[in-house]
Write a protein that binds this ligand. Structure first.
Ligand code: F6P
Length: 367
């Protein structure tokens, strides 16, 4: 089967590398199949509103290195449960999925490329079950998707966090301070652990391991006793104390996305440390800096490979699938095996064992 008209949308939070994927899909569809490529704007919202743009080789010319997404994105536009604020300030939910399918049909598309994380791909799978020929492409800085070694956007975010660590190392050391870096990672601590190891963290706290504050204090005290009053702590936004809860800045109900906005655990931890130990503590929250900006070379290559492979999969009629990296190859996996699943860092993993073996405190042992 060939391809005549294909659609592409980017959903959920943005990350570096989205434009590399849009470019690769456009180029492969045009060069290999002479297809017309339609960009759906604003994630699934574009399937409700019908806002689209034509994507051509020339339109995607200078976007390989560009951060963000030229199609726009949103994580509030789930057509199956579309959330809007009514006249009384209450959130009402409407099912616009049939309308979205109508738009897909009106655009006469052979295929819909859905670029997104776990939430977006789950919606993509629901559309597949409604008869839309979907191929998914895994994206998220959190790297928390099942069935793929890496998602694009992750390595760039790790590099940004690692660069921040390098800077905190020098200022923290000069002042004999405890420096805390809070990074993204709502359910999974991939960014925290990889950037923490790369940036020489002394303590790394991730959502998968509830930390004991006495273990954190112990490490700082041991370092102080050994002549290094300075310590550097990497903490994921979704980390929590044993028996405690995640720190949120807003309730779910106030966000149209329907998910809680996390943030603040770094400041909470700073207060806990200051109460127990006579050292100055400073917190930096890295936030969306991890998501913006130019993708690193790894993410440019991964995004290009995934995009190109997705076009071939669509041409072969392999729908209801996601392209995935199984090093060294890109392969196809079933969307149904992914829906609603989050891949976290296993507490028994080699990665955590490696960190602890070189003396990094993961919050679960006094060391
Ligand atoms: O899912 C990716 C992510 O970066 C999470 O780590 C973080 O909690 C979330 O996005 C933040 O999303 P928003 O930009 O909607 O606040």
């Amino acid at each position: 089967m060939g391809l005549k008209r294909v659609g592409i949308l980017t959903g959920g939070g943005d990350c570096s590398g989205l434009n590399a994927v849009i470019r690769a899909i456009t180029r492969a569809a045009v060069i290999q199949y002479g297809a017309k490529v339609i960009g759906i704007e604003g994630g699934f919202e574009g399937l409700i509103s019908g806002h689209t743009q034509d994507l051509t080789v020339s339109r995607t010319k200078d976007i390989l290195t560009l951060g963000g997404t030229i199609l726009g994105t949103t994580n509030k536009g789930n057509p199956f449960e579309y959330r809007e604020i009514d006249g009384d300030g209450r959130i009402k939910t409407t099912d616009y999925s049939d309308k979205a399918v109508e738009t897909f049909k009106r655009l006469k598309l052979d295929c819909l490329f859905v670029v997104g994380g776990e939430g977006t791909l789950e919606i993509g799978y629901k559309f597949f079950k409604k008869g839309v020929p979907v191929v998914g492409i895994p994206k998220t800085i959190d790297n928390d998707l099942e069935k793929t070694d890496y998602t694009f956007g992750f390595q760039t975010a790790v590099q940004v966090a690692c660069d921040a660590m390098d800077r905190l190392q020098t200022t923290g050391k000069s002042h004999d301070r405890v420096m805390i870096l809070e990074v993204m990672g709502r359910n999974a601590g991939w960014i925290a652990i990889e950037a923490g190891i790369a940036g020489g963290a002394h303590i790394i706290l991730i959502p998968e391991i509830e930390y004991k504050i006495e273990n954190v204090i112990k490490k700082i005290q041991l370092r102080k006793k050994g002549g290094s009053p300075f310590s550097i702590i990497m903490i994921a936004e979704g980390a929590k104390e044993k028996g405690g809860d995640t720190i949120r800045t807003e309730e779910a109900t106030t966000r149209l996305q329907g998910v809680e906005k996390l943030g603040g655990i770094g400041f909470y931890l700073a207060k806990q440390i200051e109460e127990k130990i006579d050292l100055e503590v400073r917190t930096t929250v890295l936030g969306h800096i991890q998501r913006g900006g130019s993708p690193n070379s790894f993410d440019r290559v991964l995004g290009t490979r995934l995009g190109s492979f997705a076009v071939d999969a669509a041409a072969k009629g392999k729908f209801g699938t996601m392209v995935a990296l199984k090093t060294p190859d890109v392969v196809l996996v079933d969307l149904k095996d992914l829906a609603g699943k989050v891949r976290t860092v296993s507490v028994d993993s080699q990665l955590i064992a490696c960190a602890e073996s070189i003396g990094i405190n993961m919050g679960r042992k006094a060391m």
